[in-house]
Design a protein around this ligand. Structure first.
Ligand code: ZN
Length: 128
């Protein structure tokens, strides 16, 4: 289970409303991830959360054939995706909803949320 604190609560709970909430800096207006209390670009502490589109592109991925993570049946896809809003906004996630062999670099995906107890884990599926 992810650690939910003040900085990351929006990220893990936004899925309850179907929203992917990413930390946004009020000083330099950039988005950043993973969530935290300080902007990694300008070190401002004036950070809030902003709902993004949930659209992303697969930047890299690996197909995992062993069950490393409880609750995931192998094979599954661990992917680094780039959110549509900002080219350096990466998320490490899983691509679901398709054959793992069909995943490729540059694939367009969109967020879905998987509830696990009280957190909503953002996963990505191919854009229909
Ligand atoms: Zn900033």
């Amino acid at each position: 289970m992810p650690l939910v604190d003040d900085g990351s609560r929006d990220f893990w709970r936004g899925g309850a409303d179907g929203r992917l909430l990413i930390r946004a800096c009020a000083a330099c207006h950039r988005l950043f991830h993973p969530p935290g209390p300080v902007c990694p670009h300008c070190y401002s502490r004036s950070v809030t959360s902003r709902a993004v589109s949930g659209r992303a592109t697969v930047a890299s991925y690996t197909v995992t054939h062993r069950g490393w993570v409880p609750g995931y049946e192998p094979p599954y896809v661990v992917a680094r995706v780039v959110l549509a809003e900002q080219p350096d906004l990466h998320l490490l996630t899983n691509v679901v909803g398709c054959d793992p062999e069909a995943v490729h670099t540059g694939m367009e995906v969109e967020v879905i949320f998987e509830q696990r107890t009280d957190v909503f884990v953002p996963l990505f599926q191919p854009v229909a």
